[in-house]
Design a protein around this ligand. Structure first.
Ligand code: ZN
Ligand code: ZN
Ligand code: ZN
Length: 558
């Protein structure tokens, strides 16, 4: 099986190599272009839709209620008449689910526990595989993604289910270091799943199982593996809606500055490259939001995944900056070397910049008036064209929210639009971080993550109230922060650009300059979303929306 995994990864230009710190890692064997699929991963069993999202998605194909992909007609969902908890597109999706797994879950209508459900379904999936009768709901042809492209270039076959199961069996569960209270909770769940399977007379026919479900101890191991390997599944807009076990996807290690991202197409997981990845380079996704502060990231990673992050953004944070930043441009252009001593990358400054709690006015009252003042001399009126490279932008004398916004957006957007290499992009980004660090700034510090969180929530409030002028200003500020923190083609940045462009478009007060800026931001959205979402399938539908909107704006501009 190990050889089959190697062969499978090789087909995608990847290799799994041992690593003394990280157990193992996935490394590129060829150039992987940004915006292409690194690999796809199938779920070990049907992913579980969160109870709050059940009425909005079909359990079998994950299609959203109201979507038009079923023969062009917006479709409604029907509820299982027995448990009254699961929803399906139609008879076909229901039958697939019923035969596959739902009849074993349906009677547990009083159980509202994701771990319980996932465990039961994984046991069934593995047993079926062992006795040669894999569940139809586990094949992509029945899961509704058949015929759709999963990613631009994606026609590669999905891994065989035996491989999914094998990779699952190799995943780390960290049982030895798990919390006692958690383990005893897991034992309880394992015992109840086992009892239930026995009671419902689930047929354990495979020679390996010898007529009985796996032992409680084995089930606890599964639960530990879920804990540190399962994924939250999100929709095109990045709203989480379900949870699933995707063993191949779980092979990728974490980085707080990832070069790949996890997306979903129906029930399939797709790992997409956010930047050009060169041979020898490790492919990493991110397990936590890159927009949170170092301390919080550390705590999350330690608690859920049991490791101390040594990614380029976190490693060497104890080393003094001045002693190690000599050699940057050379480092940026030289290929990564396996054994070379890691050099300081400049991302460390980022974490210094975004650290801090203070935000808001001195008297503590945040209202529309205060906000308007904060964002007053906004970029809009004298915005330069954002998508062509101009002369280098000089940092402002004093950094306020408004001058920060203008400086960041004008410095970074042209680099994205002109598609400079990752090495050059990082070099320029580090210089910007340095400038931000050295320039005096208004108090409180205008670019901490606390400020960003507040600004994001104000942005949403303004959108809800149709306060387009204010939303546009705050939205520009949020964009500047995202550009500072996230990888340039991160889906969150693209999605924010799209929303911001709509707000600018609606801002009648802003007149023609708002329409022009809306156009600039839309071009940026398109550039980013083509990489993060691709142009095919459900995710590609978003790029299509951006293109349609661009046409409308261009008509207005003439
Ligand atoms: Zn369906
Ligand atoms: Zn049911
Ligand atoms: Zn890190």
């Amino acid at each position: 099986m190990e050889a089959r995994l190697e062969e499978h990864l090789d087909r995608f230009g990847l290799a799994l190599v041992n690593d003394k710190h990280k157990y193992r890692k996935v490394v590129a064997k060829k150039v992987i272009k940004k915006g292409t699929t690194v690999i796809t991963s199938r779920p070990l069993c049907n992913p579980i839709i969160f109870p709050t999202h059940r009425s909005k998605h079909c359990e079998t194909c994950f299609r959203a209620k109201g979507s038009t992909s079923h023969g062009g007609q917006a479709h409604d969902l029907e509820r299982c008449s027995v448990c009254k908890k699961r929803y399906y597109c139609n008879r076909e999706c229901f039958t697939t689910a019923w035969k596959g797994w739902h009849r074993w879950i349906c009677p547990d209508k009083d159980m509202e526990n994701l771990d319980y459900e996932m465990l039961k379904m994984v046991v069934i999936a593995i047993e079926r595989l062992r006795n040669g009768s894999s569940s139809p709901s586990l094949t992509t042809s029945a899961s509704g993604t058949s015929g759709t492209h999963i990613g631009d270039d994606l026609h590669q076959e999905v891994e065989p289910l035996e491989l999914t199961e094998y990779v699952f069996s190799t995943l780390m569960g960290h049982e030895a270091v798990s919390d006692h209270a958690q383990l005893s909770k897991y034992r309880e769940i394992a015992t109840s799943v086992r009892d239930q399977l026995v009671k419902s007379k689930y047929p354990f026919k495979s020679p390996l199982s010898a007529g009985a479900p796996p032992s409680v101890q084995e089930l606890v191991q599964y639960l530990c593996r879920f804990h540190c390997n399962n994924f939250s599944i999100h929709d095109t807009q990045l709203f989480t809606m379900a949870e699933g076990t995707f063993p191949i996807g779980a092979l990728f290690n974490h980085s707080c500055r990832p070069n790949a991202i996890v997306m979903y197409e129906g029930q399939m997981q797709i790992v997409r490259a956010l930047e050009d990845i060169v041979p020898g380079q490790e492919v990493c996704t991110s397990y936590v939001d890159n927009g949170v502060q170092r301390k919080e990231r550390r705590a999350l990673l330690a608690e859920k995944y049991y490791f101390h992050c040594m990614c380029p953004r976190c490693e060497q944070e104890e080393e003094p900056v001045d002693a190690v930043d000599q050699d940057q441009s050379q480092e940026a252009s030289s290929p990564p070397q396996e054994s070379a001593k890691p050099k300081w990358t400049g991302f460390r400054i980022l974490d210094d910049l975004i650290e801090g709690e203070q935000d808001g006015p001195k008297d503590g009252k945040i209202d529309g008036e205060w906000l308007t003042r904060q964002f007053e001399p906004i970029v809009l009126p004298n915005a330069r064209s954002l998508h062509t490279a101009g002369p280098e932008i000089q940092p402002p004398g004093l950094i306020t929210r408004a001058s920060f916004t203008s400086y960041l957006v004008h410095s970074i957007v042209p680099l994205i639009q002109t598609g400079v290499s990752e090495a050059l992009y990082q070099e320029r980004l580090f210089r910007i971080y340095r400038e931000l660090q050295m320039t005096p700034h208004a108090s409180p510090k205008p670019f901490t993550t606390t400020v960003m969180t507040n600004a994001t929530s104000f942005f949403n409030t303004c959108l809800e109230h149709g306060s387009w002028a204010l939303a546009s200003k705050i939205g520009m500020f949020v964009l500047a922060q995202y550009l500072m923190i996230y990888p340039r083609h991160h889906p969150l940045v693209g999605l924010h650009c799209f929303t911001l462009a709509k707000s600018l478009w609606n801002d009648v007060e802003g007149g023609l300059s708002s329409v022009r800026l809306s156009h600039e931001v839309l071009l940026l959205a398109k550039r980013i979303l083509v990489v993060s979402h691709g142009t095919k399938g459900q995710n590609g539908g978003l790029v299509e929306e951006v293109v349609q909107f661009l046409k409308t704006v261009e008509t207005e501009l003439g």
